[in-house]
Design a binder for this molecule. Structure first.
Ligand SMILES: C[S@@+](CC[C@H](N)C(=O)[O-])C[C@H]1O[C@@H](n2cnc3c(N)ncnc32)[C@H](O)[C@@H]1O
Length: 252
């Protein structure tokens, strides 16, 4: 099949061979082959202008490591944006705003994204500012390059594109979609190693099952992620007023 104008991802990287990598498999890979999204990995080194094809230089002010040059990065950004100027230009950096599902939904709703992967000590600040890049982090730890972060961001976006996920509801009920972590899942056998599936899930009573799942989702969010729970509780005062659920599988 062909999609009229697929969601378009451009990745600026010194290691274009890392793409599509894991995104060539499973849901994302199938969607890529079906033309639901498109991916181009652009080699930043292709925009170097000297005979050594240099992309980096030593940090002004001294210190360890190397910094990606603004002129080279800027030329790479211009080339990527020429193929889709309405897309957000995102730089992956530990200093960025932590990626969350709301941001992912925003990127997935755009015509696509341009992702800039840093290496070494990072990227010259002037090009980040001049291009008004959106700075995004995938967590409070340091990777050796932006490529794994770009793969994470792309994976999260692609599964939200129309026609990519099999069952539409699997996206509506999962963690973060309602501001809660997801309830626990069970399948057959109904008893495994003396552990039984919660009886309500075998009752066939849909309203009871929905109530149980909602209570589990609230309990696990309350226990594990107080900051998510505080936000949810502010928006759902009735849920917040209920006593914490006893006997939750993760309860201490
Ligand atoms: C070795 S890191 C540079 C770390 C930088 N000197 C610092 O202390 O913030 C090289 C590149 O990996 C990427 N990177 C590392 N950690 C990341 C994270 N948590 N989220 C997104 N990108 C990250 C960025 O593109 C960064 O420019």
């Amino acid at each position: 099949m062909t999609v009229a104008s697929p969601w378009q991802a451009s990745v600026l990287t010194l290691f274009p061979e890392m793409f599509p990598g894991p995104l060539g498999q499973s849901l994302a890979g199938k969607a890529l082959r079906e033309g639901r999204w498109a991916l181009e990995a652009i080699d930043i080194r292709g925009f170097a202008t000297d005979r050594h094809r240099s992309v980096d230089d030593t940090p002004c002010g001294g210190g360890a490591g190397m910094v990606l040059r603004p002129d080279v990065v800027d030329a790479a950004c211009a080339a990527a944006l020429a193929a889709g100027p309405d897309r957000p230009l995102v730089v992956l950096t530990p200093r960025g705003r932590p990626l969350d599902q709301a941001m992912v939904r925003g990127f997935a709703a755009a015509p696509g994204v341009v992702l800039l992967c840093g290496r070494f000590e990072g990227i010259d600040q002037r090009v980040i500012e001049a291009r008004a890049m959106t700075e995004v982090s995938i967590g409070d730890y340091v990777l050796s390059g932006g490529e794994p972060a770009a793969l994470v961001l792309l994976d999260a976006c692609v599964r939200l594109l129309p026609g990519v996920m099999g069952a539409a509801e699997s996206g509506e009920e999962e963690s973060f979609s309602s501001g809660l972590l997801e309830y626990p899942h069970y399948t057959r056998p109904t008893v495994w190693n003396d552990r039984a599936v919660p009886p309500v899930l075998l009752s066939g009573h849909h309203a009871e099952i929905a109530r149980w799942r909602r209570a589990q989702a609230e309990a696990i969010t309350r226990e594990r992620r107080p900051e998510l729970w505080a936000r949810y509780a502010a928006a759902n005062p009735i849920a917040a007023s209920r006593a914490p659920l006893a006997g939750h599988p993760d309860a201490a």
